[in-house]
Design a protein around this ligand. Sequence first.
Ligand code: MEV
Length: 313
Amino acid sequence: MKSKASAPGKVILFGEHFVVYGIKSILCSINKRVTVTAEKTNERKISINSEIGTLVLDPDESITKINSPLKPFYYLANKALKDQNEGLKIQIESEIPLGAGLGSSSACCVAGAAAIFKVFGEISKEKILELAIEAEKTIYQNTSGADCTVSTYGGLMEYDKNNGFRKIEDEPNFQLIIVNSNIKHSTETMVSKVKEFENKNKEKFHELSNLESKLVNDVLKLIKENKIEEIGEKLNLNQKFLEEIGISNEQLETMIKIGQKSSYGAKITGSGGGGCIFALTNNSNLEYTLKEFTNKEYECFAAKIDFKGLNTF
Ligand code: MEV
């Protein structure tokens, strides 16, 4: 028995980090995917293979002893197998740059949960999301759940930790230019860094959270009205808040300036410190913005909204 699933990466348009503290965010899944194939084997082994390496383990190995980015797959496979006398072979293929703030690990968890559990029978999207978040927590304990949620349901959505998600049905006419700094970063480290900032600057953080919350509500109205220029201005403002909480740096800001000059607006996406930034464009400035980055030899690509979310075959 073989099963296959794919799930998209994401961009956090507005609200990263603040979402960890319960503020509403706006998420967007992108047309770059992770595909996972899972197959039952007679040998009682869990074997996971991807372009970043291979992990072969006996089931029931203690999860705390595993030191590999492939750990979430092991967690899911072990849970799916329970005490059955069989094994699982898992193959991962990804179009999403790794560790770049584009939700590659969450897309792995979502596509992984779907492919692995479907080997054993039907499973709902709600349950897949629950399992994906559990798996994500094996590598990053404090996740807000935002990335796995948008990867499961796709499209554009507002999301907060306490109320979950609400799909934004409007289909704004924009494309994103995503630019990779190629600076490695860890979400866990960056989230801890913001926690430190919050501890030392309670009042300032509270003030910024209120501003972020207002900004997100304003943007929700602007999306309805398809006011791309104003949405761009809000991106630039959100970038300022991210700089204030200490997740930006000089290299990222050099990239952001190029984006802000050539498109409607630009900011970091995800946890910051490295990873990616994005610029907001439409047909009128997409090619120009892309050229501005490629001329300076940045690794970049244009991305559209993915409306499908999790797909199973
Ligand atoms: C990471 O893509 C987004 C953060 O807000 C963390 C989270 O939501 O768990 C930085």
